[in-house]
Ligand binder design. Structure first.
Ligand code: ZN
Length: 245
């Protein structure tokens, strides 16, 4: 399984210096690796003011950074992720986000949104590509909260990655693993879920059509595998610039 970076967070209730309860967002700090991160790698932020930032009509990067710093409960903590506001607006306690290669193999294509729907059905909310930061958080706050339903298990950000969330860490992680790895959700895998034959056939049909179109254009079609990196993507499929989590 290839995750390719990302960030995670947990929401807690803690006591401030006056002994009053405060909702806290612990979100991954910049400069820490997801594979080796420790408690010190998470930035503790007051949840309410961070979530409220998503209600502003606009917010530049510098003001966003100052807003996040002002919400910090620990001046010695690392700078919080540029995706902190997005973590704050998602209502679940545990939020996991990766730039998973398996998801990018689906979404970094001209028909990425259709492929995501073929593979995941309506269990994820699909968000068009938006530069990470305030604009992405605001878009997700509006679209996710409008489209989520009782079976929503995650959110796919086209050309970016995957979000899953849950009230407990184990469920959030299992939802994430199930959707970023090959066997169950990548139709090119050796095994697959028996309850998804229509989606699998649809995915192959879509990939075949894409390969034919790429061939007609003289482009380089990707191999039928979620882990097959495109050696030389055509300009139309090149991944937009993405900041690290
Ligand atoms: Zn990201």
């Amino acid at each position: 399984m290839l995750a390719g970076g990302g960030n995670s967070s947990v929401k807690t209730v803690e006591r401030d210096v006056f002994g009053d309860p405060v909702d806290v967002l612990h979100v991954k700090g910049s400069g820490w690796d997801m594979a080796t991160i420790e408690r010190a790698g998470f930035a503790p932020l007051r949840l309410d003011p961070v979530a409220r930032l998503a209600e502003l009509p606009e917010l530049g990067d510098a003001r966003m950074a100052r807003g996040l710093a002002a919400a910090s409960l620990d001046p010695a903590a690392p700078a919080p992720s540029v995706e902190s506001i997005l973590h704050a607006v998602l209502p679940s306690r545990f939020v996991l986000h990766t730039h998973a290669d398996a998801v990018l193999a689906l979404t970094d294509t001209p028909g990425g949104a259709a492929l995501v729907e073929e593979v995941y059905g309506d269990e994820v909310v699909v968000i068009p590509y938006v530069m990470p930061g305030f604009a992405l958080a605001r878009r997700c706050a509006e679209q996710f909260l409008a489209e989520r339903h009782e079976h929503t298990a995650g959110m796919v950000l086209l050309n970016h990655g995957l979000f899953t969330f849950a009230g407990d860490a184990r469920t959030g992680r299992s939802r994430h693993a199930a959707r970023k790895t090959e066997p169950d959700h990548c139709p090119g895998g050796r095994t697959r879920s028996r309850d998804r034959p229509r989606r699998v056939r649809g995915w192959h049909a879509a990939r075949g059509a894409e390969a034919q179109r790429a061939g007609a254009r003289g482009g380089v079609a990707r191999r039928n595998c979620c882990f097959a990196a495109s050696a030389s993507p055509s300009p139309s499929t090149a991944r937009p610039r993405r900041r690290s989590g």
